[in-house]
Every structure is written in C-alpha cells, then in structure tokens.
Design a protein around this ligand. Structure first.
Ligand code: ZN
Length: 59
C-alpha cells in the first residue's frame, strides 16, 4: 500500500500542518479533526472534504 501525503495549505489555509497517512480516507479523517482544532470549523464542509481527498497524493 502506498502512503499518501497532504498539506493543509494545499487547500488554501495559511497553515504549516501536513501529514502522511495510509490512504486518502484517513487524510480526510485527520483533516476533519484538524480543521475543528486549528481552524475553528465545526465540521469539514463537503466541498473541502472533496478537495482534501483530491489533493492527497502518493508520497
Ligand atoms: Zn490547517
């Protein structure tokens, strides 16, 4: 299985947060927690979820 990488700034936040995860689904899960903690959102909006999944790329 290929790990994927993702950086919060790839979807437009001025943010240094980035991660590696086993797959895009896990990236979305971690991003949902991250936007709640770091960006004050109550949830990950559907459009941002789609952009997050699309932006995640193989390491
Ligand atoms: Zn962020």
């Amino acid at each position: 299985m290929t790990e994927v990488t993702f950086a919060c700034q790839w979807v437009g936040f001025e943010c240094e947060w980035a991660l590696r995860a086993p797959d895009a689904q896990e990236v979305v899960r971690r991003m949902r927690d991250h936007v709640r903690c770091a960006h004050g959102l109550t949830d990950l909006p559907a459009d941002l979820e789609a952009r997050t999944a699309a932006a995640a790329r193989p390491v």
